[in-house]
Design a protein around this ligand. Structure first.
Ligand code: FAD
Ligand code: SF4
Length: 553
């Protein structure tokens, strides 16, 4: 830690809760704008020495994500059911949040995403709506995020992408075997493959070295600092300003308010589980699409009996899920897909919803290999593969080097019944209520995923796969859970009755509270939300700094 250390008794300008994808950006922007701030992060402050290539530790025990042994989660499909313990959600729990271990796919939303409700119309059983902003409002901030964080890609290569004001700052990553086969097949089918935009450095950038293609990327932290997490890109700049303290192992349990309805600070548990009050003039909540809603619901008071910022009753509602489908293909020759980043080629040909399909929905499809040796042996083989003995060993040996996977990233319709709430029974290791997830798939989401699996299978056949197998698309199948893209529980809008925050993340009900993270999403796009989360954070930070300087907070 290189920043200053503030005393708890000091009233800092801002507290940022959560040092993740959005929180890291917010911290840097507010610190360089001249404000003092404390960033409270429940997880540890790790560095490249803490990362490694231990598959059991990082890919199976998932040491970089939330741990349900200390913070249990319960899940139920409908409100009529009693929720049971289940790892329904997964997110990065450390300084840098999800940006440390994520797969690093970095997709901008399309222009249509912001007003898809107007284009498509109502979807029964969903709160599908337009965003209160348009792509043009966010474009400068997508560009800023790509430049500041270091994104590799090829602007203009995706014919469906919205106009961009600048190319990516770094060229795309070298193509892998999966990318070559995918590109050939999709071109043959008249589709439009393009180099995947990723938050990974394809060349040295701003003092950091390039990716060395170690192959342990998704679920791992990068020992080379080549994954463009907030941990290695913007948080060091925030600390160097001398105005930002990153305070790890600080688990916030409540936002405090005064009689006038203003936030005065937050109460958190320190590493020794002692309660500490930190005061601030304003608070920015960046704890992600599930934990921000939980914190607001836990911050009830006489003045805010339904939870803080919740006069609309919408805090926690409209949770959207990481819908996706996966098909694999076995090829004649070794592909050796275990190298480098997961993904190098993508198509967006099926992104837009199309009435001819008979349901709302769409998706992007990428070519990848989502497995490491042990996870592949345990979960990557087709159902008819031997599961024991010499034949199993031979099959793993043959398939591991010759398999590639297609993953579709699909729409998730918002529904008020899909929600984050406080479990009335289960408590975490600090005595706080567990997160209770209520989630059931909209029928169109299921129809869309079933349709996308067929597209994956077609592509793999055209690519020359000798054998093709898919994970089943049935609700509650392990491959549909847990969700890693947590969006939509504090949606943005102009009407305080129909939204929690304004288009800049400003809580409608509380003058000095902002909520800026995945929770602000109105619709899901086609997953890969982090580029939009960070663009929204840059845009909100500019607004917050402007208001604070004008004495309007
Ligand atoms: C394995 C995996 C792969 C992924 N791959 C991709 C991908 O390829 N592309 C993509 O776009 N997205 C991907 N994601 C999702 C991506 O990580 C998230 O969308 C993104 O990190 C969300 O940003 P955020 O700022 O909303 O929250 P986060 O990054 O989750 O940050 C929130 C932070 O707040 C902290 N926090 C929460 N509650 C508290 C509290 N009470 N007190 C203090 N601190 C708290 C958390 O510990 C966390 O560090 C992936 C996720 C996972 C798990
Ligand atoms: S593949 Fe590249 S970016 Fe990913 S962890 Fe390895 S070196 Fe880092």
């Amino acid at each position: 830690m290189k920043g200053p250390q503030f005393r708890n008794s000091e009233t800092v300008d801002f507290i940022v809760v959560g040092a993740g994808a959005a929180g890291g950006v917010m911290a840097k922007e507010l610190a360089v704008a001249g404000f003092s701030l404390v960033v409270l992060e429940q997880g540890p402050y790790l560095s490249e020495e803490d990362f490694g290539h231990d598959e059991i530790k990082f890919a199976i025990q998932k040491k970089l994500t939330n741990d349900t042994k200390i913070q249990p989660i319960t899940y139920r499909k409908t409100e009529a059911e009693v929720a049971k313990p289940f790892k329904a959600i997964e997110y990065g729990r450390q300084v840098g949040g999800g940006s440390v271990h994520f797969t690093a796919n970095y997709w901008r939303l399309h222009e249509s995403d912001f007003h898809e409700r107007s284009l498509w119309g109502e979807v029964q059983g969903s709160t599908f709506d337009d965003w209160p902003i348009r792509y043009g409002d966010l474009e400068p901030y997508y560009t800023k995020a790509e430049e500041e964080l270091g994104i590799s890609g090829l602007g203009g290569a995706n014919p469906f992408e919205a106009p961009r004001s600048k190319p990516y700052p770094l060229p795309p990553m070298p193509v892998k075997s999966s990318g070559v086969l995918f590109e050939r097949a999709t071109k043959k089918m008249g589709l439009h493959p393009y180099p995947a935009p990723v938050a990974v450095l394809s060349q040295p950038y701003r003092g950091s070295g390039a990716c060395v293609h170690c192959g342990m990327c998704e679920l791992f932290g990068c020992e080379m600092k080549a994954k463009s997490s907030t941990l290695v890109s913007v948080i060091p700049i925030a600390e160097k300003s001398g105005r930002c303290e990153i305070r790890p192992n600080s688990y916030v349990r409540k936002l405090e308010t005064d009689a006038s309805g203003r936030v005065t600070g937050v109460i958190y548990f320190d590493a020794q589980k002692q309660e500490v009050l930190q005061r601030a003039k304003a608070v920015v909540l960046c704890a992600n699409g599930v934990e921000s809603a939980k914190l607001l619901l836990m911050s009830k008071s006489n003045r805010f009996p339904q939870g803080l910022a919740n006069s609309s009753g919408l805090v926690g509602k409209n949770l959207m899920w990481d819908n996706g489908t996966e098909s694999s293909g076995l090829f004649e020759h070794p592909l050796n897909e275990f190298k480098s980043v997961q993904v190098t080629r993508v198509i967006h040909d099926y992104y837009d919803a199309d009435r001819k399909r008979g349901f709302y929905g769409g998706g992007g499809i990428d070519a990848r290999f989502d497995f490491y040796p042990i996870t592949f042996a345990l979960t990557g083989l087709p159902d008819d593969a031997p599961t024991w003995g010499l034949e199993f060993k031979k099959t793993v040996g043959k398939y591991f080097t010759r398999t590639m996977t297609l993953l579709a990233h699909a729409t998730s319709l918002p529904r008020e019944t899909n929600s984050v709430s406080l479990d009335p029974q289960m408590k975490d290791a600090w005595g706080l209520p567990a997160v209770r997830i209520t989630f059931d798939w909209h029928p169109d989401d299921i129809a869309n995923m079933k349709w996308l699996v067929e597209r994956e299978r077609e592509i793999l056949q055209v690519a020359g796969a000798q054998k093709v197998w898919s994970f089943p698309v049935e609700p509650a199948q392990p491959n549909l859970m847990p969700s890693r893209h947590l969006i939509g529980t504090c949606r943005m809008g102009r009407d305080p009755k129909k939204s929690v925050v304004d288009p800049f993340g400003h809580a409608h009900d509380v003058p000095n509270l902002f909520i800026v993270d995945g929770s602000n999403f109105v619709t899901s796009g086609r997953q890969q939300p982090t580029a939009t989360i960070q663009a929204l954070a840059y845009r909100a930070a500019e607004r917050i700094a402007g208001k604070a300087k004008a004495g309007e907070l």
